[in-house]
Ligand binder design. Structure first.
Ligand code: NDP
Length: 287
């Protein structure tokens, strides 16, 4: 039986440490770090995600600034809003909640955010820095996955890591972080042949495809580290991952559950990136 590693628990520990850090910042007379969250429209899922992020900020003493814009906001208005936040010295991190209404261009908005406030790590400058091995903001879910592997006591060096999914948000950047950690990385996708065979050779398996309970025991090497990134709603309303937890838990060495696995770590790493943005800005103030 695999050890079940809860991102939710790890996330609470990391948040407690950040809370202490922020208390120290406040004691030194500085303002709290601030995350600006821009929400266009009132898509219920986005409203709930934004609320979750703002609640998480409040819980560790971080300020969040909510900028709610109507669904019919045009590009120029949204660009102007982001540019104002770029110039605002009291804002450390900017997050524009996606998906945007379809008349707005997500890529253009990502590129409008100043790279040193891009706490989602999606700006081309930060993506470039990731691939060049330079310091910069990394996307939150991949960072969360790497923290969970650490918690599993996994040392990726020399291990076979298989990442299934090649999105800019999860698959590609986590593959790069694993490569930086000296794993031998294979990236798979919807056109990969013999997927089960490739996955069954993985010491580390990252499942990030968005297909409910797709990865059954035959995809898993005995004792493997299995990270389930997927979040899927089944027809009967359950929240499940990409991994068939019940069959895989008896074969893997370590496994993350859904919910309470990778999800909570994504928000935590967003807070961590915002705190880092603040620290970089105040580097010369003796923090
Ligand atoms: P995308 O839809 O952007 O990418 C999915 C990837 O999976 C693509 O690369 C696609 O291949 C690949 N894929 C799809 N079907 C198969 C298949 N049958 N076999 C092999 N590969 C396949 O999704 P995201 O990366 O954004 O998200 C993936 C999952 O993770 C989703 O369930 C999402 O909800 C969840 N997620 C969870 C987060 C968290 O915090 N826990 C954060 C972000 C996402 P191809 O490129 O060939 O199309």
């Amino acid at each position: 039986m695999a050890e079940i590693v809860y991102g939710s628990e790890l996330s609470e520990e990391l948040k407690a440490a950040m809370k202490k850090k922020i208390e120290k910042i406040r004691e030194s007379g500085l303002r709290a770090p601030c995350l600006a969250v821009v929400l266009v429209g009132d898509n219920p899922a986005s409203v709930s995600y934004v609320r979750g992020k703002e609640k998480a900020c409040a819980a560790i003493g971080m300020t969040s600034r909510h900028i709610g814009l109507p669904a019919e906001t045009d590009m120029e208005e949204l660009r102007k809003t982001v540019e104002e936040l770029n110039r605002d010295d009291t804002v450390d991190g900017i997050l524009v909640q996606f998906p945007l209404p379809s008349h707005l261009d997500q890529n253009e908005i990502i590129q409008t955010i100043s790279p040193d406030k891009d706490v989602d790590g999606l700006h081309p400058v930060n993506v470039g820095k990731l691939y060049m091995g330079e310091d910069g903001f990394r996307p939150c879910t991949p960072l969360g996955i790497m923290e969970i592997l650490k918690r599993m006591n996994c040392h990726p060096e020399g291990l076979n890591a298989v990442v299934v999914g090649r999105s800019q948000l999860v698959g590609n950047p986590v593959a790069r972080l694993l490569q930086d950690a000296n794993a031998t990385v294979t990236i798979c996708h919807s056109r990969t042949r013999n997927l089960a065979e490739i996955c069954a050779r993985a010491d580390i398996l990252i499942a990030a495809i968005g297909r409910p309970e797709f990865f059954t025991a035959e995809y898993v090497k005995p004792g493997a580290y299995v990270i389930d990134v997927g979040i899927n709603r089944t027809e009967d309303g359950r929240l499940v991952g990409d991994v068939d937890f019940d069959s895989v838990k008896d074969k893997a060495g370590y496994i993350t559950p859904v919910p309470k696995g990778v999800g909570p770590m994504t928000i935590t790493m967003l807070l961590d990136n915002t705190l880092r943005a603040f620290e970089v800005k105040h580097d010369n103030t003796g923090l």
